[in-house]
Design a binder for this molecule. Structure first.
Ligand code: ZN
Ligand code: ZN
Length: 292
């Protein structure tokens, strides 16, 4: 991250850094997850698929394009906050010196606080997004993916992207954080978001009803939200949904049904993307159905 006095060059440098960091982190990781789960290992991992169908390419292509909108919004909010704090309008404290404020214990404590705050912000912002006057104009974009892929993680309308990312500057204005903690937190948040949109469940049976682990979210938890809309609003944890009674009543039993599918023989043909068949046909290799 550039450390410079406020000037046009400095802002330009910071903008480039933000865009580069956001794009370079997201697309290769979400893209790799998509390639492994949906193309390369689809057949061998199909028993882990939450919904027994593939999303259409038009949805995947929207997820890819709309994620770019989100990444641009995230980057420009970062630039705006950087400029305002350089001008002295925001009391943001991001430390680089390891001993400046509590050292390692504070690194851990601030990470925990930031995670709890992010979960709380996300849950309530998400519920607001489901308000009937807001949903069709903003959050519907995210819910166009009824059968999400890893690339749906940042498939947000720009207004939602803006609201979602505000939790970070608000926190930084109140609580001092080390730069490394902030970067690690945003990376971890992105990875979990991608995992919850896998469309595949890899956690073991009983996880969603385990006395301790039930407080952590799962891919199935968020996948149900994409299938049924009005419930399962949480992000990392299943805390607010349990406290507020907004989990779908059949979440735990549906989770176990999804996991138990792994032990059953696959009787139906594993679907393939229509585009693959078109590509085969365009190569003059016939249109025989591919089941890989
Ligand atoms: Zn989602
Ligand atoms: Zn939603």
């Amino acid at each position: 991250m550039p450390q410079c006095d406020l000037s046009f060059d400095c802002v330009l440098q910071f903008t480039r850094y933000q865009l580069f960091m956001n794009f370079v982190r997201y697309y290769p990781i979400a893209g790799l997850a998509f390639l492994v789960l949906y193309i390369w290992k689809r057949k061998s991992l199909w028993a882990y698929k939450i919904q027994d169908k593939l999303p259409k390419w038009e949805h995947i292509s929207r997820e890819i394009k709309q994620s770019a909108v989100t990444l641009v919004v995230f980057s420009f909010v970062g630039v705006f906050v950087f400029v305002l704090s350089k001008m002295g309008y925001l009391p943001i404290k991001v430390y680089r010196d390891a001993e400046k404020f509590g050292g390692f214990p504070w690194m851990i404590a601030s990470f925990v606080l930031l995670t709890i705050w992010h979960e709380t912000w996300f849950y309530w912002a998400h519920r607001l997004m489901h308000h009937k006057k807001i949903y069709p104009h903003v959050h519907l974009m995210h819910h166009k993916s009824v059968n999400p892929t890893p690339i749906a993680a940042y498939n947000f309308h720009w207004i939602e992207a803006f609201v979602e990312v505000l939790y970070l500057p608000i926190f930084l204005c109140v609580v001092p954080v080390y730069f490394k903690v902030m970067i690690f937190h945003t990376f971890y948040a992105m990875i979990l978001n991608i995992i919850w949109h896998f469309g595949f469940e890899f956690l073991p049976k009983g996880f969603a009803s385990h006395p301790i682990f039930k407080w952590i979210s799962t891919s199935t938890h968020h996948n149900m939200h994409h299938q049924k809309f009005n419930g399962n609003y949480g992000l990392y944890f299943n805390f607010w949904d349990r406290v507020m009674g907004t989990n779908f009543p059949n979440y735990e039993s549906y989770y176990d049904t999804v996991v138990e599918k792994r032990n059953l023989p696959i009787t139906k043909e594993i679907p393939s993307f229509a585009i693959e068949e078109k590509e085969v046909s365009s190569l003059g290799l016939g249109t025989g159905k591919s089941n890989t």
